[in-house]
Design a binder for this molecule. Structure first.
Ligand code: DHB
Length: 308
């Protein structure tokens, strides 16, 4: 009932972690592997290891979470080692790649390609990286150059992690760029809504230390934005698949992402707060909704959102 497919690969469940949650260390990736998630993705990696920003750098709130992690990761070789040892018969593995420059991404993609693994690459175009420059996917010229370079060196299907857009002209332009790159076979929507500010009135203070308290928000705050982005790209990119991410905390939100057009669904804030046990709950809640409605497969639901 819950079986899913992406890039012609089979998944026992559409659910997986959102990159950044439960995926920095081998032990966390092993916990994802042992969970009821259908697949897993590694923390966005850079050429060299990074410690990330000072703590506190993630805080949960009543409606979600805010973070400015600063790309703490063990360096791409660590995740490549994990990918080399991974048993792909157990579940598919994604690698999130987030180089600090086009050259860094080319170097990492070249090394990963040389390893000749069945790992699936999600190229992060929405990482708050170079200070003074917008994230790649908010700079359409930089995005086009990045996709051109990545397509040339990787030379096989891959996906992109997108930030939320809030304007129809931006949906149109971003989708047109992605559609000019046929190796981009899936689009993950969305990364956190960037540069929000959470305030604690008792302390009269921000709640995270980096960037004067500014950070990316996830959870309930972002669900309608996530669904809009999933559906906008689903409608505009008929030759690609979409992975939904944003605001999933029960089977209901998984079902919404599927209706909007998602083939797989990632879980961020709710996974961080509940732990890997969440996947058994979400699978059961999704199955209950599908059975109650008489659906026998996810394909019967995907993109079937009604308009008025
Ligand atoms: C981080 C945040 C992101 O939204 C992302 O895409 C990559 C890294 C971080 O702060 O670690």
């Amino acid at each position: 009932l819950l079986s899913a497919s992406l890039l012609g690969i089979d998944f026992a469940s559409p659910l997986m972690n959102a990159s950044g949650v439960c995926c920095r260390y081998n032990e966390e990736l092993d916990a994802m592997l042992a969970s009821d998630a259908g697949s897993l993705i590694t923390k966005s990696c850079t050429l060299l290891p990074r410690e990330g920003n000072p703590e506190p750098r993630y805080t949960a709130t009543a409606l979600g979470s805010i973070n400015s992690m600063g790309l703490p990761n063990e360096g791409y070789e660590y995740y490549l080692d994990y990918a080399v040892k991974h048993d792909y018969a157990k579940k598919p593995l994604f690698m999130s790649v987030a180089g600090l420059s086009l050259e860094d991404n080319m170097a990492m993609l070249t090394a990963i390609r040389e390893a000749k693994l069945p790992a699936i690459v999600e190229l992060n175009l929405s990482c708050p990286n170079v200070p003074g420059k917008p994230q790649i996917a908010y700079d359409f010229e930089a995005m086009e150059s990045m996709l051109e370079a990545a397509s040339r060196v990787w030379a096989q299907p891959f996906g992109v992690k997108m930030p939320p857009y809030f304007d129809i002209a931006h949906f149109d332009e971003a989708a047109a760029i992605l559609n000019r790159h046929p190796l981009v076979k899936f689009i993950t929507c969305i990364n956190s809504i960037g540069n929000a500010l959470v305030i604690d009135i008792e302390r009269e203070s921000v709640v995270i230390k980096p960037k004067d308290g500014f950070g990316g928000i996830g959870g309930d705050y972002v669900l309608p934005t996530a669904l809009a982005n999933v559906n906008a790209f689903f409608r505009r990119c008929p030759d690609k698949q979409v992975i939904g991410c944003g605001g999933v905390k029960s089977g209901a939100e998984v079902f919404m992402h599927l209706l909007a057009g998602a083939s797989l669904v990632q879980v961020g804030t709710a996974l961080q707060e509940e732990g890997c046990g969440i996947f058994a709950r979400l699978n059961a809640e999704l199955a209950e909704i599908l059975q109650r409605k008489g659906y026998r497969s996810l394909e019967e639901v995907r993109g079937k959102l009604r308009t008025l």
